[in-house]
Design a protein around this ligand. Structure first.
Ligand code: F6R
Length: 327
C-alpha cells in the first residue's frame, strides 16, 4: 500500500537512489555527439523536472552547451547534429513523452531514461540506449536516481566546468542533512496560507519542484514568480494579497549580492519570508531544496489529511487522454 509510510521510507532511500543513478550514468555506453552543442531534456512532471535542474546548473556555470527543458508532446524545431535528447519518463507510459520519442528519436541521438513501460519496449525495438531506473517507485520519488544518472552520464562523457565526476560523488553527503526544524516551521506557515514563491536564478528548479510537490503530495495550490520579471508587474499586486506572510523568497549562497532580490524585497518594505538552501556547492543546494520540498509537502499532506502518494486527478487525466487518443 502506497501511503505516508511508503513515501517516508523512499525519502530515506534517496542517497542510495542517487548512488544507483551515479553508477548507471557512468557505466552507460550510449551514442552521443563528439562535440555536444545542446541537450534537450523532455519529460513531464516528476520526470521533466530534471531539465530545470540541469538548466539551473548550466546557466550558473556557463556550461559549454545549451540545456533546453521541454515539457511538451513535441520538440518544436528540428534537432541538429550536435544535439542530444534525453527522453525521460519514469513509468515509460506518458503519452506526451512517447509522442516526442516517436517524432524525434528515429532521426536524432536520444537516450531514454525510464524504469520500463512502453518507452522501454520502443527503445529496445529501435536500438536506442537507455538509462534504467529502479522499478516500483513513484516518478517523483525517484528524483535522485533520475538526476544523478543523467548528470553522471554527462560528466563521464564531457568536460563540464565546475561539475566533475568526483564532485558528484562528494555531493551526496547532502542527503543526510537534518531538515526537521525548517520543515516544521515552513509546513506550519504554509498551512495558514499557501506560499507565493519568489525565485531568481540559479534556484528556479527548487521553486518549481516545491510548487509541484505541494500540489501532488499535499493537494495545495501555490504559485511562483520569477525575478527580475516579477519586479516589473506582480510587485504592484503583492501588497494587497491580504496575508503578507505568504511571500517567500528562495535563497542560497548564490543569492548574496543579488541586486534583484535586494531591490524587490526593499520595494515590499522587507515584508518577505525566506526559504534558505544549504550546501557547499550549487549542486548540493539544489538537492537540499528538493529534499526540503519533499519533506514539507509530506508534513503538509498529514496536516491536511491527504495520502501523499495518491494523485487521482493526474490518473484521471492520463486515462482520459489515452481514451481520446485510442479513438
Ligand atoms: C507522479 C509524478 C508525475 C509524473 C508525470 C509523468 O509521481 O510525479 O508528475 O512524473 O505524470 O509521468 P512519468 O514520470 O511516469 O512520465
Amino acid at each position: 500500500m502506497m501511503d505516508r509510510n511508503f513515501f517516508e521510507k523512499t525519502l530515506e532511500r534517496w542517497q542510495e537512489l542517487a548512488i544507483r543513478g551515479l553508477r548507471t550514468g557512468e557505466k552507460a555506453e550510449c551514442d552521443a555527439p563528439d562535440v555536444l552543442e545542446r541537450i534537450i531534456v523532455t519529460g513531464m512532471g516528476g520526470s521533466g523536472i530534471v531539465g530545470d535542474f540541469l538548466s539551473d546548473l548550466a546557466n550558473h556555470y556557463s556550461w559549454p552547451f545549451e540545456v533546453l527543458s521541454l515539457k511538451d508532446d513535441r520538440i518544436p524545431f528540428r534537432p541538429r547534429e550536435g544535439d542530444l535528447i534525453f527522453v525521460v519518463s519514469y513509468s515509460g507510459n506518458t503519452l506526451e513523452t512517447l509522442s516526442v520519442f516517436n517524432q524525434s528519436c528515429s532521426a536524432s541521438r536520444c537516450i531514454i531514461v525510464t524504469s520500463g513501460g512502453e518507452l522501454l519496449s520502443r527503445s529496445i525495438a529501435s536500438g536506442k540506449c537507455s538509462l534504467r531506473l529502479s522499478e516500483g517507485l513513484l516518478p517523483r520519488l525517484d528524483l535522485p536516481e533520475i538526476l544523478y544518472s543523467i548528470l553522471s552520464f554527462l560528466t563521464s562523457n564531457y568536460k563540464i566546468p565546475n561539475i566533475k565526476a568526483e564532485s558528484l560523488d562528494d555531493s551526496i553527503v547532502i542527503f543526510k542533512e537534518d531538515l526537521k526544524h525548517q520543515v516544521n516551521e515552513l509546513a506550519k506557515r504554509f498551512m495558514i496560507s499557501p506560499p507565493i514563491l519568489i525565485v531568481s536564478r540559479p534556484y528556479f528548479s527548487v521553486a518549481i519542484r516545491l510548487k509541484n510537490d505541494l500540489a501532488e503530495n499535499s493537494k495545495l495550490y501555490s504559485s511562483i514568480e520569477f525575478l527580475p520579471e516579477a519586479a516589473h508587474n506582480v510587485v504592484e499586486a503583492l501588497p494587497y494579497i491580504g496575508d503578507p506572510n505568504r511571500i517567500f523568497i528562495v535563497t542560497g549562497k548564490y543569492s548574496w549580492g543579488n541586486i534583484y532580490i535586494e531591490a524587490f524585497s526593499k520595494a515590499l518594505n522587507g515584508k518577505t519570508g525566506y526559504i534558505e538552501l544549504k550546501g557547499d556547492s550549487l549542486l548540493q543546494e539544489l538537492i537540499y531544496g528538493y529534499r526540503l520540498s519533499a519533506y514539507i509537502s509530506l508534513e503538509l499532506s498529514s496536516l491536511r489529511g491527504f495520502n501523499p502518494c495518491t494523485t487521482e486527478n493526474i490518473d484521471k487525466y492520463k486515462e482520459e487522454l489515452g481514451r481520446v487518443l485510442s479513438h
